[in-house]
Design a protein around this ligand. Structure first.
Ligand code: GDG
Length: 460
């Protein structure tokens, strides 16, 4: 197979420890094969100053990194506007939070077109191109329009909603047609594939050739679920490091008389944080034996702060945490430790390991890597318990977690209580089963399955 070219909105130097599911998974994928990683530099050039669209190329070990700067106008319409103000909320079923400003789509198309032009100048004929995520849906269509014939695959890291939700996006037919410029489209879960198939069946005149094969617009497309995993060995090693051990010891000492529940994520409305806090409050009310003991540490790493919906969520969380601590806290015990900062990746395994219960309760999530990291970080002899939303893509694979409906406050509280009281033997059994699945379906398995499926498709 030819050289691997990965395209994603943001790129990261694979030699540095990055934060964020996409960066972590892709860095590891490229490192082992070598190749080119193309994306936005993260720099915004103010309108009217030179530099917009400049291409920067440099070598990072075996990987060539190529980035482009964006103008303020393009950044605001492509990144903040269309990607994170329209596609992110709609694909997470939040039509109420979508901002269908008609001006955004022009920027989205323009940036994808500009990326295609810059990328085309770096391509070799036998390259295999793997495009990632909702920012770049039209990229292949733009490359094809310029005559690029390479194999192209697309992976969507976020969920694909059912057809009637998708159809609320004014340009949904154009977006879905753009997917047919790829040879292979991968989703996180079987339910995403089912939504795609139903969309194609009801909204297009495509021929459904098989469970995974569709023909429309003169093009055949393969579609499959490729649930993303983590690099288990890397995470285990991280857990043996000094930073992680220090974190573990510090937490165990500080909370020796308490039971720790833990949530770790970007501050995002898809992650179900207010619902989780309300369920935790319910736990304290319904099971008062937890008063003075159960402590929820909630890490909510800052994310997309210039999108309005995120600022509103931050306020809601601060007020909920204040109310819970005010109503239930004691001089020597605060029920919620809310931290609106990121934790260093090297310390994360120690934090996970110190917790008795992880609360991973998104309202919708493509996959959710925190659920997998938590399991890998546990002591197999005395493992913590994972409470997982049935609406995370990970729930399709992680049936041995305690699955909850995050909208059901008292049901979730009840499950938190069950998690805290779970006998050792059951904890060990569940952990072992979850660990086996995570190890079998790790990030290397994910990458190889996707790239093998792409390689198996005859060149266009
Ligand atoms: C998208 C999809 C899909 C979190 N807080 C901190 C921190 N993290 C790291 C975690 C994990 C990653 O970020 C989060 O990954 P998730 O999968 O949980 O969620 P998204 O960021 O929304 O990722 C998601 C994923 O893409 C991959 O396809 O699973 O569904 O939404 O690795 O550890 N890392 C550090 N400090 C933090 O405070 N260092």
């Amino acid at each position: 197979m030819g050289r691997l070219v990965v395209v994603s909105n943001r790129i990261a130097d694979p030699r540095k420890t990055a934060s964020g599911g996409l960066a972590v998974a892709l860095g590891q994928a490229l490192e082992s094969s070598g190749g080119l990683w193309f994306g936005w530099s993260g720099k915004v050039v103010e309108d009217g100053t030179p530099g917009e669209g400049d291409l920067h190329v440099h070598q990072a070990g075996k990987v060539q990194l190529a980035t482009v700067d964006l103008s303020r106008e393009d950044h605001d319409s492509y990144y903040l506007g269309y990607s994170n103000g329209v596609l992110w909320p709609v694909f997470h079923y939040r039509l109420d939070l979508a901002d269908f400003d008609a001006g955004y789509i022009g920027g989205y198309r323009r940036v994808n077109q500009m990326f295609a032009h810059k990328l085309a100048s770096l391509l070799q004929p036998d390259d295999v191109i793997w495009v990632h995520d909702y920012h770049l849906i039209p990229l292949a269509a733009e490359l094809r329009a310029m005559g690029c014939k390479q194999r192209m695959g697309f992976f969507l890291h976020i969920p694909l909603p059912p057809p009637l939700i998708l159809a609320a996006v004014p340009a949904h037919d154009w977006l879905m047609r753009c997917l047919f410029a790829y040879d292979l489209v991968g989703f996180q879960s079987e339910s995403d594939v089912a939504h795609f198939s139903r969309y194609v069946g009801t909204e297009t005149s495509a021929d459904i050739l098989g469970e995974h094969e569709f023909r429309a617009y003169g093009k055949t497309l393969q579609v499959q679920a490729f649930p993303i995993g983590i690099d288990v060995d890397e995470f285990v090693e991280l857990g043996k490091g000094r930073e992680s051990q220090d974190m573990f010891n510090q937490m165990r000492t500080e909370y020796s008389r308490r039971r720790l529940l833990l949530g770790v994520e970007r501050l995002d409305y898809s992650k179900g944080l207010p619902q989780r806090l309300k369920a935790f409050r319910q736990l304290l009310q319904d099971y008062p034996e937890n008063l003075g003991s159960a402590t929820l540490i909630q890490i909510a790493a800052p994310s997309r702060e210039s999108v309005d919906a995120y600022a509103a969520l931050k306020q809601e969380l601060e007020s909920l945490c204040g109310a819970i601590n005010g109503d239930h806290g004691e001089l020597d015990w605060m029920p919620v430790r809310y931290i609106h900062r990121s934790v260093a990746r090297k310390r994360l395994p120690g934090l996970y390991r110190a917790a008795s219960v992880a609360l991973v309760t998104p309202l919708r999530d493509g996959m959710n890597l925190v659920a997998k990291e938590f399991i890998v970080a546990q002591d197999p002899d005395d493992p913590g318990v994972l409470v997982l939303s049935r609406f995370a893509g990970a729930a399709e694979q992680m049936k041995d977690a305690l699955l909850v409906n995050p909208y059901d406050t008292s049901g979730t509280a009840q499950t938190m209580q069950r998690a805290m009281q779970m006998p050792l033997e059951e904890r060990q059994r569940r952990h072992q089963a979850l660990m086996a699945g995570i190890r079998e379906h790790d990030v290397h398995w994910w990458r190889e399955r996707f790239l093998n499926a792409l390689a198996a498709i005859p060149a266009p």
